[in-house]
Design a protein around this ligand. Structure first.
Ligand code: NAD
Length: 508
């Protein structure tokens, strides 16, 4: 399928309005954002960003829609989400291709993102019948006490460029079955993928007479995100992005005593012990470090290797990196696609300068690719350096395929190195030794939100709660009981007796 016909199928025009209340597009009123593909540097289309007036109109509509949406039984809301999943199945191919072309991730990962959206719809449908509360015994006679969960209201969703669609769906599908209305501010680097999603779900919302305003969209940059953070009409802002963004957003939301759900940066490590299966370790490390060109929040950035297997694994790594083919991510023979833009390339180059200045030893050389097939200027070589964990540059998340390797002697020391960074998202240990694995998963082990054994750091199944600790922000999304973040808890006590009956009780 050619890109023009993909855009056509997804209802994307040359110039698009970046504001919607669900099934209706509004005049956005702000400056246009031009979306360029990092694959070939070509302009794909324009999206007009929202001005303050249009933003306010979308939030007002979401507030109004909440009044009706909250009265729909949760399983009925779940039925709408089930149909969204069906629509996404229908559009998986064009949407996956657009995500891949606009963001630069491989086609398999583009399809994978849409599959994650489908999976979260399925999960949310089941959840819509399981929004359980507890009941407890009251200390008072003839009283009953229980807990129930109610929706919050308008949920603001701010997403990052590296998952243009999946992370929005993790939030919105669950927020919807809980009875909230949602307003999405996608990354300004991938606005077309958001427009496509809005077109897909609007068909379903229309067919089900869902109140206008349940699914809002506001395209804009940082300023639009700041409007959301400061907006008292939005009780919960769920934000995915850098720690810098999370810090600014969290303090704005907290100062108005709102809630935020944060999914921020990672600095993920794999520990490879002397008891590891080195082939499994190698595959996990290479896939984790170079997949999505190192632009995943769960990308493997550090490899902490036992001294006895250090040289052997290093040799295997060098050989594996030689096999990597870099190029158009829509071509399935390539393993590594481009970075998102030339700013990201500059960031990669600056980081390499820092590593060298700190004394990092090159294991696999870096480089920016130029010439035919690399016209966008966004293609870089995945590289590997020997470093020390405590160096400031190693403590920092660089969103690029740069892998740091380091040596250890004792497991306690390796775990301390792994945990000794400000971020706490994903982590893994490679070992066939039961004691090592159990120590790693115990309270003395990994301090991250995700800790794996013999599986790498990147990727996650939607059935589990996803998120991380420390500077990663502490939020949890997706499976398990993460739905509770989108609801408010109410404790109810009911006195079903009368005073006379209580007086007749022999214990009183
Ligand atoms: P970014 O922080 O630059 O932008 C993320 C979003 O926040 C964008 O929509 C942006 O417009 C908005 N924004 C920026 N500043 C803001 C502010 N002050 N107030 C409100 N909104 C603001 O991040 P990015 O470059 O798009 O994405 C990469 C980052 O996202 C990495 O750090 C990565 O680790 C992180 N990430 C984390 C997860 C996770 O689940 N933990 C998932 C994906 C990405």
């Amino acid at each position: 399928m050619k890109m023009d016909s993909i855009l056509d199928k997804l209802g994307i025009n040359k110039v698009n309005e970046g504001a919607s209340t669900g099934t209706k597009w509004l005049k956005a009123g702000g400056d246009p954002i031009k979306s360029f593909s990092p694959v070939d540097g070509k302009e794909i289309a324009w999206v007009k960003s929202v001005n303050r007036k249009t933003y306010d109109a979308v939030i007002t509509k979401a507030e109004e829609a909440f009044k009706e949406w909250r009265t729909w039984p949760a399983p009925k809301r779940g039925e709408v989400v089930r149909q969204v999943g069906e629509a996404l199945r229908k559009y998986k191919e064009p949407l996956g291709k657009l995500v891949s072309y606009e963001m630069g991730k491989s086609l398999q990962e583009g399809y994978g993102e849409v599959q994650e959206m489908i999976d979260i719809c399925d999960l949310a449908v089941g959840m819509s019948r399981q929004l359980y509360g507890l009941t407890m015994h009251s200390e008072r006679p003839l009283h009953r006490m229980y807990e129930q969960w109610h929706p919050l209201g308008v949920v603001g969703i701010i997403s990052a460029f590296n998952f243009p669609v999946a992370v929005w769906s993790w939030n919105s599908m669950i927020a919807w079955i809980c009875g909230n209305t949602c307003v999405w501010k996608p990354s300004e680097k991938t606005p077309l993928s958001a427009i496509a999603c809005q077109n897909i779900i609007s068909e379903v919302f229309k067919a089900n007479n869902v109140p206008e305003g349940v699914c809002g969209l506001v395209v804009g940059g940082r300023e639009t995100g700041e409007w959301m953070s400061n907006d008292t009409r939005i009780p919960l802002v769920s934000a995915t992005g850098s720690t810098r963004m999370g810090r600014a957003l969290a303090s704005a939301v907290a100062s108005r005593l709102g809630k935020s759900l944060l999914e921020l940066g990672g600095n993920n490590a794999i520990i490879v012990t002397e008891h590891a299966d080195l082939n499994i370790a190698l595959r996990a490390a290479v896939f984790g470090a170079v997949g999505t060109a190192g632009q995943r929040c769960t990308t493997t950035r550090r490899l902490i290797i036992h001294e006895k297997v250090y040289d052997a694994l290093k040799k295997k790594l060098v050989a594996a990196y030689k096999q990597l083919s870099i190029g158009d991510p829509l071509d399935e023979k390539n393993h590594v696609g481009p970075l998102i833009d030339t700013d990201a390339v500059n960031n990669y180059m600056d980081t390499i300068k820092e590593i060298k200045k700190a004394g990092g030893k090159q294991v696999v050389a870096p480089g920016v690719l130029a010439g035919k097939n690399y016209e966008s200027g966004c293609y870089v070589k995945p590289c590997v350096y020997e470093v020390q964990n405590e160096w400031p540059i190693v403590q920092h998340e660089t969103f690029a395929p740069i892998l740091y390797i380091m040596k250890y002697k004792k497991l306690d020391e390796a775990i301390a190195m792994q945990n000794n960074v400000p971020q706490g998202l994903s982590s893994a240990i490679m070992t066939l030794n039961m004691r090592e694995a159990e120590q790693y998963l115990s309270a003395m082990g990994s301090d991250c939100g995700i800790a794996n054994v013999n599986i790498g750091t990147s990727g996650a199944e939607i059935g589990g709660a996803f998120g991380g600790e420390k500077e990663t922000g502490g939020g949890r999304e997706s499976g398990s009981d993460s739905w509770k973040a989108y609801m408010r808890r109410q404790t109810n006590t009911i006195n079903w007796g009368d005073t006379n009956r209580i007086h007749r009780n022999p214990h009183h």
